[in-house]
Ligand binder design. Sequence first.
Ligand SMILES: Nc1ncnc2c1ncn2[C@@H]1O[C@H](COP(=O)(O)OP(=O)(O)O)[C@@H](O)[C@H]1O
Ligand SMILES: [Mg+2]
Length: 266
Amino acid sequence: MSDATNIPVATKPTNQTQPARPQLPPILEAKGITKVFGSGDMEIKVLKGVDMQLRPGELTLLMGPSGSGKTTLLSILGCILSPSNGELVINGKSTRGRNAEGLANLRRTEVGFVFQSYNLFPTLTARENVMLALDVRGSRGDAVKQAEGALRAVGLGHRLDAYPKKLSGGEKQRVAIARALAGCPAVILADEPTAALDSENGAAVMALLSEVAKDPTRAVLAVTHDHRTLSYADRIIRIEDGRIVDQRRTQDGAVEERDIHVAAAA
Ligand SMILES: Nc1ncnc2c1ncn2[C@@H]1O[C@H](COP(=O)(O)OP(=O)(O)O)[C@@H](O)[C@H]1O
Ligand SMILES: [Mg+2]
């Protein structure tokens, strides 16, 4: 898929002076993903054939109205939920033919999640919350050092022993990002990571995610409603009614007006 002819027209650079970006293979590729909940009269088609790619070193934002299928898609991309049809290739590994355990293994080794509500264990310190994630991943090596390294990387080297209730919302989300990064998964998926934060903390969390995404062995996808986050994006994907309706690269944070309208309307 590194052939330039595969780039959707909407993502082709319009500025001729812009240097062509090298097309590295995607870190995550979704092909023909569908999801149907229920059956018979109660059947709801939530995803109607989604094709998308997450590229190394990029922060992609997934935007769309409430109920359009963003969380369902994120859950499928992160191997929490099985698609009704379609295939994922994550870091070169296909989901085809994997049973529930096989999918869980892929999730544990390749995916880190960040949620709106942080999902930290209240009885564990910041360091212990990150160490627990390393344990779940079956990560080898010194867990204390790795956890502390991940927390320092998100600017929380001074809060290693703090319990979640002593941390601000922005700090809790940074612990959650450290936890997602621990064990170095190739894909970081964040579902409305700034929704519970004020604008200053929300901006800091988006800045951190865009830093995290600069690693050329990693791709980050964040669902957001917040048009203030657009300037951090390398790519924006719009979903409506279970279909991708637009994909575009941003150029140095510049986004077209209509993206902002979509974000504001969501
Ligand atoms: N487990 C489920 N069973 C039935 N319907 C579901 C389930 N999960 C989500 N849906 C429906 O799928 C649609 C998309 O939901 P969701 O992916 O959460 O959208 P978004 O995150 O974009 O708001 C909604 O209509 C929702 O009610
Ligand atoms: Mg959602």
